[in-house]
Design a protein around this ligand. Structure first.
Ligand code: FAD
Length: 383
C-alpha cells in the first residue's frame, strides 16, 4: 500500500521505516527544509559546534528496544545531563540534591539529617494540595520552593503556580544523596553526529520518499491512508479553536572561549526574564575542547501565537475540553490517523515518541492484515 505520512520528526520517520520494512511505500512530507522535526541539529557554519536548533535535546530512556533502535541508526556517545541553577546570587546543582540542600542552608547534613530537615520544613497543614504551589509547599516547604520552583515555574508557564494543577509536581525531583544526574533512566546519551543524522538514517529506505519544504495542505496525491504528526487543530482548520501552546524565543549569544562552562544553567529568579541559557558545545563533551568559540542561547518562554512554533502543550482545563472535541471530530473522520506530540497534543520525550510510533506501526500492520483501517488514534490523547 502507499501511505502519506505528514511530518519527518521521530514519529513520522519511525512509522515510515516500520511500514517500509513490512513492504509498504510511504511519502513523508515536511514543511520544513530538514528532517528530525524539533530534534533537528546542525553544525554551526562559523564554529562547527553542533547546535540543537529547537532547544537542547538529551536522549534518555528505560526502554531497551528504543535505545537499541537509536543505536542502530547513529553512534550514541556517553552523556550525563547535569544542570546548574542560579538562585539568589548563588549557583546550585539540580535536581535539588544533598549538595544543593547543604549549600543552600549552609549545613553539612548527611542524607538522614537532610531528609528530616526538609520534612520539618514541609507544610504539614496542607493535606490535600489543590494546586502546584500547595503541592510544592507540602513537600519541601517555603524556602526551597521559593528558591528553586516558584520563579522558574512562573516564567515557564506564564501563570502563577496557584493556577497550575498539583499533578504537575506528583514526583518531586529531590534527592537526599549527591547524585546530580538530571535523569533517572538507565540509558542516556547524545548522538555523535546529531539527531538529524539519525532521523535521516531511519528515513533512508527504498520504500520511503521524503519531500521537504512541502505542506500537507498543498500536497495532494492519492493515498491508502494518511498518518498525521502535525497539530491536530491545524488539520481541522482550527474550526473548534486553537489548542494553546507555550512557545520559546531563543536569543543567540556568541563569544570566544566559554560563556557558562556547562551545558545548561537555569535562572530561577523571576527578575531575570529568561528561563535558562544553554551552551551547545557542552552537549558534545567529547569534542568541546576543539572549539575556540562558543554559541549559547537564552531561552524565553511565552504564550504561543498563530505564527509561532508550538513547543509545550498547555493542557489546562480549557484546552482539555477543546481537545476532547477535536478527538471526537477526528474519530468521525475517515482515512487518517493522528500521532506524535502535535497529533495527540501531549508533551512527549523522544524515547516515548519512538515507542509510540513503533507501536502505531505494529497496530497498523495488524489492522491491515485483518482488512481493517488504522484507527484515528493509537492511544487516548485525553488519557
Ligand atoms: C524545548 C524542548 C526540549 C526538549 N528536550 C527534550 C529532551 O531533552 N529529551 C527528549 O527526549 N525530548 C525532548 N523534547 C521532546 C522532543 O522534541 C519530542 O519528543 C519530539 O520532537 C517529538 O517528535 P514528533 O515527530 O512527534 O514531532 P516533531 O518533532 O514536532 O515533528 C513534527 C513535524 O511535522 C511537521 N509538520 C507539522 N504539520 C505539518 C503539515 N501540515 N505539513 C507538513 N509538515 C508538517 C513539522 O514541520 C515537524 O517537523 C523536547 C521538546 C521541547 C519543546
Amino acid at each position: 500500500m502507499r501511505f502519506c505520512i505528514v511530518g519527518a520528526g521521530f514519529s513520522g520517520a519511525v512509522l515510515a521505516r516500520r511500514l517500509a520494512e513490512a513492504g509498504h511505500q510511504s511519502v513523508v512530507l515536511d514543511e520544513r527544509r530538514h528532517v528530525a522535526g524539533n530534534c533537528h541539529t546542525e553544525r554551526d557554519a562559523a564554529t562547527g559546534i553542533m547546535l540543537h536548533r529547537y532547544g537542547p535535546h538529551i536522549f534518555h530512556t528505560a526502554d531497551r528496544e528504543v535505545w537499541d533502535y537509536v543505536n542502530r541508526f547513529g553512534r550514541m556517545m556517553p552523556y550525563v545531563n547535569r544542570v546548574k541553577a542560579l538562585s539568589g546570587g548563588a549557583v546550585y546543582s539540580l535536581p535539588v540534591n544533598l549538595h544543593t540542600i547543604n549549600q543552600f542552608f549552609g549545613t553539612t547534613m548527611n542524607p538522614a539529617e537532610a531528609r528530616a530537615f526538609v520534612a520539618a520544613q514541609a507544610r504539614r497543614d496542607i493535606t490535600e494540595p489543590a494546586n502546584f504551589e500547595e503541592q510544592a509547599l507540602s513537600m519541601v516547604g517555603d524556602r526551597i520552593y521559593r528558591a528553586f520552583f516558584r520563579g522558574y515555574t512562573r516564567k515557564q508557564w506564564g501563570l502563577d503556580p496557584t493556577e497550575l494543577p498539583a499533578s504537575i509536581l506528583k514526583r518531586l525531583p529531590l534527592r537526599f544523596n549527591y547524585d546530580d544526574n538530571y535523569f533517572n533512566h538507565p540509558f542516556q546519551g547524545m548522538p555523535a553526529d546529531g539527531y538529524t543524522a539519525i532521523v535521516a538514517g531511519i528515513l533512508d529506505h527504498p520504500g520511503i520518499d521524503v519531500r521537504l519544504g512541502c505542506r500537507f495542505e498543498e500536497a495532494g496525491g492519492d493515498f491508502a491512508h494518511v498518518f498525521y504528526t502535525g497539530p491536530l487543530d491545524r488539520y481541522f482548520g482550527y474550526q473548534l479553536g486553537r489548542l494553546g501552546y507555550r512557545t520559546l524565543d531563543f536569543e543567540e549569544v556568541r563569544a570566544e572561549g566559554d560563556l557558562l562552562g556547562t551545558a545548561v544553567l537555569n535562572y530561577c529568579d523571576e527578575d531575570v526574564p529568561f528561563t535558562r541559557i544553554s551552551e551547545h558545545k557542552y552537549f558534545a563533551p567529547w569534542e568541546a575542547d576543539r572549539f575556540t568559540g562558543t554559541v549559547c542561547f537564552r531561552e524565553y518562554s511565552r504564550l504561543g501565537g498563530a505564527e509561532d512554533i508550538p513547543y509545550y502543550p498547555i493542557r489546562l482545563v480549557g484546552e482539555k475540553s477543546m481537545l476532547s472535541d477535536y478527538v471526537a471530530l477526528a474519530r468521525r473522520t475517515q482515512g487518517i490517523s493522528f500521532l506524535g506530540r502535535l497529533g495527540t497534543y501531549r508533551y512527549l520525550d523522544m524515547d516515548v515518541t519512538i515507542r509510540e510510533a513503533m507501536d502505531a506501526a505494529t497496530a497498523t500492520l495488524e489492522r491491515l492484515a485483518e482488512g481493517a483501517a488504522p484507527p484515528a488514534f493509537f492511544l487516548d490523547p485525553l488519557g
